[in-house]
Design a protein around this ligand. Structure first.
Ligand SMILES: [Zn+2]
Ligand SMILES: [Zn+2]
Length: 143
């Protein structure tokens, strides 16, 4: 199975402000871009949250696997001097929207990883944009 970077690289633990209701993978205990929530247990219903990779290992074919964006909130990604931001979305965190240190990507350790993830985010938003344009064109033709 092939995964995108954003699906298998967890956000560093020290950058997670809140895991939210579906942000913490029950298996590997890390936060990712997306997760799926599954009811587990017989009679006693327990919700389990899985990241893409853990879901592929833990869940059977017939178990529901709908992935949705995490509701976790993240802190400033800068390693040098963090600003007070602690409610960042996944995209805001990786792109570094909160302050200058964050946007300059001063963290050398994770630079490459971050670059790959931001590439993924941009690729997808471009794809979503071109889809929207095509929809608009189709709508125009109809008129
Ligand atoms: Zn996991
Ligand atoms: Zn910041």
């Amino acid at each position: 199975m092939k995964f995108f970077y954003t699906q298998i690289i967890p956000v560093p633990d020290n950058c997670v402000a809140e895991f939210g209701s579906r942000g913490l993978c029950s298996r590997c205990k890390r936060a990712y871009e997306e997760s799926t929530v599954v009811e587990k247990g017989h009679g006693l219903v327990v919700d389990k949250v899985y990241c893409r990779k853990c879901a592929s290992l833990e869940l059977k074919e017939d178990e529901k696997q709908e992935f949705e964006k995490t509701d976790a909130k993240f802190k400033c990604p800068s390693e040098i001097q963090k600003c007070d931001a602690n409610q960042l979305s996944y995209e805001e965190f990786y792109v570094g929207t909160c302050c200058e240190n964050a946007s300059r990507w001063t963290d050398k350790k994770r630079k490459l990883e971050r670059l790959e993830i931001v590439n993924e985010i941009y690729k997808r938003s471009r794809f979503a944009e071109s889809e929207a344009e095509r929809d608009a064109e189709r709508a125009m033709i109809k008129i």
